[in-house]
Design a protein around this ligand. Sequence first.
Ligand SMILES: Cc1cc2nc3c(=O)[nH]c(=O)nc-3n(C[C@H](O)[C@H](O)[C@H](O)COP(=O)(O)O)c2cc1C
Length: 193
Amino acid sequence: MSKIDLKPRGMMYPAPAVIASAYDKDGKADSCTLAFATMCSHKPPAVMIAINSTAKRKTLKSILERKEFALGFPTIDQVAETDYIGMASGYDVDKIEKVGFTTTKAKKVNAPIINEMKVSIECKVMNIVEVGSHTQITGEIVNIQADEEVIGEKGKVDLKLLNPIVYDDVLYDYYQVGDKIADAFNVGVKFRK
Ligand SMILES: Cc1cc2nc3c(=O)[nH]c(=O)nc-3n(C[C@H](O)[C@H](O)[C@H](O)COP(=O)(O)O)c2cc1C
């Protein structure tokens, strides 16, 4: 099987499409869609996001000013809203209002929660580092809010009930999560023998 070399580019599978939100200095809710977002610590629980610092993103400015933000997980039926929030800038338009979303102040941080998100995590900035074109921000997760309808039998958020958006940043396509294929920390046990 021959392999070909491709031009280096940002690449990770699967990527999420989540919505970061923060208050600007006047208390207005900013938001932007992010694919650069992932877990990075269990203790304390933390996520890292990366926002383009060369492109004057309003949400980045607000997160850096406030040092607090929220991340909402849109569902597949909110894909158009998510796409729009990832194209328009808060410098030009009130995106949240435009797509018909509303916000409430988060419980443990001073950041807006988008009410229409079925799961939102509330974060306090722990660390900021410049990585090439992007500002990489680590946020400690200090609270998680979830709609009851996405809580499964185990009392935890159930991926299939949430139905989050899967994003392909290479071909610029949105997907939904497919079927479960195995139990983690279990299916590989057979190789221990
Ligand atoms: C699917 C998708 C993923 C995106 N991921 C990122 C990202 O990870 N980092 C980033 O800086 N911009 C990302 N963007 C672009 C921003 O969301 C976009 O520039 C937004 O308009 C910024 O808005 P603001 O100026 O109101 O903050 C993404 C856009 C889309 C549609």
